[in-house]
Design a protein around this ligand. Structure first.
Ligand SMILES: [Zn+2]
Ligand SMILES: [Zn+2]
Length: 281
């Protein structure tokens, strides 16, 4: 049977709008056979996703996405981790720390909104699922719910994006090296997410020296030319080329589940790489 692969999706365990079960339901509609659930700083949705996926013969790849900031260039770098062992206690401790930093940032954003007369509270968020990790998308959705804006995008454009009045920089967060180390320690494969044109090849190569194993080449906002360039680059440096839709569910603006063609052998290449660097299947 031929495979259909999507290696980048989010659920309500981070900033997606769908429960893992509903995400799987949509993956089934798209005829996806191999799906990575890559929530930000959380592997909490994997159990529910796997449970639902059994009904449809979809293979769930345990994954995570960790947002980091490069100290030297201060560029935002997102690191995906694949086929990791989510039961690793130290790994879970690291993810918990990241979620705490996010919650602190959310608190600061909310404080800024208060100074503008927009009264919302951290306690307004149903954050039982992601254990306190309220991110900007959640705040945006709440602003929409309150009638302050009409959409998530408008909330970002007016208040939450860099340069807007309620923007708070993601400081004290992990560096790319922290994320790579954490993923490797859980026997996962670290891959840089959606580098676009803004992460330089030099940066990617320096991350490869720290243990980065691949680049997310196939991605909604990557042009054909960029994909071609990145494929040449990954081949030259023996990095894996992965890809995914970064699906966040209906209403999120990231809704192209299953629309990004990812070569089916990518799954085998990831597993081979896992064996090569961690000596385990
Ligand atoms: Zn990302
Ligand atoms: Zn993502």
């Amino acid at each position: 049977m031929s495979r259909k692969v999507d290696l980048h999706t989010h659920s309500t365990y981070s900033d997606g709008t769908l429960e893992p079960e509903d995400l799987i339901q949509n993956a089934q509609k798209q005829k996806i056979t191999h799906l990575a659930l890559s929530d930000h700083d959380s592997t909490g949705g994997l159990a529910a996703a796997r449970n639902r996926a059994k009904e449809f013969d979809i293979t769930i790849i345990p994954a995570v996405e960790i947002n980091t900031r490069d100290n030297e260039t201060s560029a935002a770098v997102h690191i995906l981790g694949y086929f990791l062992e989510e039961t690793d206690i130290n790994f879970q401790k690291v993810l918990t720390q990241h979620r705490e930093i996010r919650a602190q940032r959310a608190q600061m954003i909310i404080a800024r909104l208060h100074t503008m007369g927009i009264k919302l509270y951290l306690s307004d968020f149903d954050n039982g699922k992601n254990e306190g990790a309220v991110g900007r998308p959640h705040i945006a959705d709440k602003l929409k719910e309150m009638g302050v804006v009409f959409s998530r995008q408008e909330a970002f454009d007016k208040y939450l994006s860099q340069g807007r009045p309620a923007f708070v920089a993601y400081e004290n967060g992990p560096t790319p090296k922290d994320a790579i180390d954490a993923i490797l320690s859980a026997k996962g494969i670290p891959v840089i997410a959606h580098p676009g044109y803004y992460v330089s090849k030099e940066t990617i190569l320096s991350l490869a020296e720290m243990g980065l194993q691949g680049v997310e080449v196939y991605y909604p906002s990557h042009s054909k030319d960029l994909v071609k360039t990145l494929l040449g680059f990954t081949a030259e440096h023996k990095l894996l080329a992965t890809g995914g839709s970064d699906y966040h569910g209906p209403g999120s603006g990231h809704e192209r589940l299953g629309e990004i063609a990812v070569p089916e052998e990518t799954i085998d290449l990831l597993l081979e790489r896992k064996y090569a660097i961690h000596n385990v299947n």
